[in-house]
Design a binder for this molecule. Structure first.
Ligand code: PEP
Ligand code: MN
Length: 346
């Protein structure tokens, strides 16, 4: 259920609504829009009657949210949400952001050098895994806390906000201390305890679609993060498992458009994991921008042939620098613009 307050409703009137929500043994989540304040009711409210709220002063209307994903749904917010990484990287506004970097943080020198190069090409956030969820238990599992320190050094050297994955609820506090944005990966997309733990910490969350999740399941699961108190969730299409083998995953451009149609949350695409092959990444990056995404996550490595993970889908700095000006032009064609950081004029 959502309760839409009248324009200019007083804090006392909002507090009265919250009190009634508590009397029903439900919780509230307040959304302050540019014009209206909305009180979203969290919990099992199917048997509650919205009309009782309409008797309270300051209430414009109260209604049921029909979608099973209450907080991710567009029904509770007509405006698109934005999520800010660090101080300046706003995802979901007119400008598109490109988050780039290696799959794994390998060394301090590697991550700093990569950060400098991607920044020169126009990336506005740095990605890199310190905790790696690997299919094979004998593969490199990431440098852990040391990797987070390396990322922090790269942020220090470049000013780029850092995005890095967390794979267990027990590590959330540690990763949250270092990262500007916590990534929840595809393998953990239905680890509800991890989603809740990421909902209960202050940093934004880049929440990737599970490789076997429907859009409906994905948005319901996003509510675990939102309902735990964190409104700063970015959705990310990174491909799903299908019978098709030519690409590592089947990258769904329509999913990006559909997520934006159903949800107010920002949506980005990850064609690196989505395709698994570097020859597909530039075209699918351009298609992601054309499809209306709010940004991209791209794997970039100084020497992909020797990357410790995911080399086959990883752009080298030269390929990345050639792609970025093309993305600028595609963005313009769909009435958006690329936030280009320090990129040389194109
Ligand atoms: C990653 O971003 O390196 C990663 C492991 O992504 P995904 O969870 O989408 O496979
Ligand atoms: Mn990867």
């Amino acid at each position: 259920m959502i309760i839409v307050m009248q324009p200019g409703a007083s804090q006392q009137e909002i507090d009265n609504v919250i009190q009634l929500v508590h009397d029903m043994e439900l919780k509230e989540h307040i959304i302050h829009g540019t014009e209206l304040t909305v009180v979203a009711v969290i919990g099992e409210d199917r048997k509650k009657d919205p009309q009782v709220f309409e008797t309270l002063p300051g209430v414009q209307k109260a209604m049921k949210v029909l979608a099973p994903y209450k907080m991710a749904s567009k029904e509770i917010s007509a405006e698109r949400s934005t999520v800010t990484l660090g101080e300046h990287c706003v995802i979901g506004g007119k400008q598109l952001q490109v988050i780039a970097g290696p799959c794994s943080v390998e060394s301090e020198e590697q991550i700093i050098d990569t950060a400098k190069l991607i920044k020169q090409s126009g990336a506005t956030a740095l990605r890199g895994g310190a905790f790696k969820p690997r299919t094979n238990p004998y593969s490199f599992q990431g440098h852990g806390k040391t990797g987070l320190e390396m990322l922090a050094a790269a942020r220090q050297a470049t000013g780029l906000p850092i995005v890095t994955e967390v794979i267990t609820p027990g590590d959330v506090e540690l990763v949250s201390r270092y990262a500007d944005c916590l990534q929840i990966g595809t393998r953990n997309a239905q680890n509800y305890k991890l989603l809740e733990a990421c909902g209960d910490q202050p940093k934004p969350v880049l929440y990737k679609r599970g490789m076997s999740m429907t859009i409906d399941e994905y948005l319901q699961a996003a509510d675990y993060i939102l309902a735990a108190g964190n409104p700063n969730v970015i959705l990310c299409e990174r491909g799903i498992r299908t019978f098709e083998k030519f690409s590592r995953n089947t990258y769904s451009l329509a999913a990006i458009t559909e997520l934006q149609y159903r949800s107010h949350l920002p949506v980005i695409g990850d064609p690196s994991h989505g395709t698994g092959h570097v020859h597909l990444v530039p075209a699918m990056s351009k298609a992601t921008v054309a499809a209306g995404a709010d940004g991209l996550a791209l794997e970039v490595h100084l020497d992909p042939q020797h990357a410790w993970s995911d080399g086959a889908q990883t752009l080298n700095p030269q390929q990345f620098s050639e792609l970025m000006p093309q993305l600028v032009r595609i963005a313009e064609a769909v009435d958006r613009e690329l936030a280009v950081g320090e990129m040389a004029q194109v």
